[in-house]
Write a new protein. Structure first.
Length: 287
């Protein structure tokens, strides 16, 4: 039951990617933004939308993603409970609204500088009625490093995976990896094929991140509970096996609709959830 509730909440939050601002008003009134200490200077905030990573210390606050605009005040309160220092930097792991919605708030009201891969700025700037304050001010091609709060924070781009502008963030000293949406713990992932994402690129990106962590690394997924390497390996195994299964059926001449009707093997049923159902995952793999 707990897992079902978690999937329903996540589905609601991701549905906000496509909701109108009028509909979104009041949608998050009951959402609580809760913090969890992960290790060293690093914390994790959970609310609605993507998980937020936080580096907190005497040099100020650095946050990874910032969920929805309607949650900005709640996020700020939760950050203040962690540290009274200024929020100096925001890193966007990609352009989706459940990870970038509060950019303008932190830019305008906290004077934070927003960093992201250059494709994130391009895609955000192309949106209708985009507030210029939400756009990344510093963009990069391959990555960037931050040296603050006694830690080295590595930010690096992974190409053509969840989108064409994905970044992951590794907090070196406490050994914490924030994957952005390159990890949906225990759920089929959303791969945005219309925004430069690809299944093959997603697999390659996860494989790259797995080479960078060990059994002691704590992993903050884009969505879901705090995880570890074993959780991430299991996630990759699911993607590879379901991809191979669907592609084999496709090569044998099965149509996409027939593949949806047939479904996946029963062992993968628990990975389905409201936003990425088994059907939607099969159609992603088939394409």
């Amino acid at each position: 039951m707990k897992n079902m509730i978690g999937k329903s909440v996540l589905a609601l939050s991701l549905a906000g990617l496509f909701a109108s601002s009028a509909f979104s008003q009041g949608r998050f009134d009951d959402v609580e933004v809760k913090s969890q200490s992960v290790g060293g200077s690093v914390h994790m905030l959970v609310g609605a939308g993507g998980n937020i990573g936080v580096s907190a210390g005497p040099d100020g606050l650095l946050i990874v993603d910032d969920q929805y605009a309607d949650l900005a005040d709640k996020i700020a309160v939760s950050l203040a409970d962690i540290s009274k220092e200024q929020t100096r930097y925001v890193i966007n792991t990609h352009f989706h609204g459940d990870h970038t919605g509060s950019n303008a708030f932190f830019s305008k009201h906290k004077q934070a500088t927003i960093f992201a891969h250059e494709n994130v700025r391009v895609r955000l700037a192309a949106g209708e009625d985009t507030d210029p304050a939400m756009l990344p001010v510093v963009t990069y091609d391959k990555g960037v490093k931050f040296h603050m709060n006694g830690d080295t924070v590595h930010v690096f781009h992974l190409a053509s995976a969840h989108t064409d502008g994905d970044s992951a963030v590794w907090f070196e000293q406490p050994d914490v990896m924030h994957t952005g949406d390159l990890f949906f713990k225990d759920w089929f992932p959303f791969i945005d094929l219309n925004s430069g994402g690809s299944v093959v690129g997603y697999i390659a990106a996860v494989e790259t991140l797995l080479t960078m962590i060990d059994n002691d690394t704590k992993v903050i997924p884009g969505h879901g509970a705090l995880a570890n390497k074993a959780d991430y390996v299991r996630f990759l195994d699911m993607i590879k096996k379901t991809y191979a299964y669907v592609q084999a059926k496709k090569m044998a001449g099965m149509s996409e609709d027939d593949m949806v009707a047939a479904g996946l093997e029963d062992k993968w049923k628990s990975w389905s959830w409201n936003f990425i159902t088994e059907e939607r995952w099969i159609r992603t793999l088939y394409k």
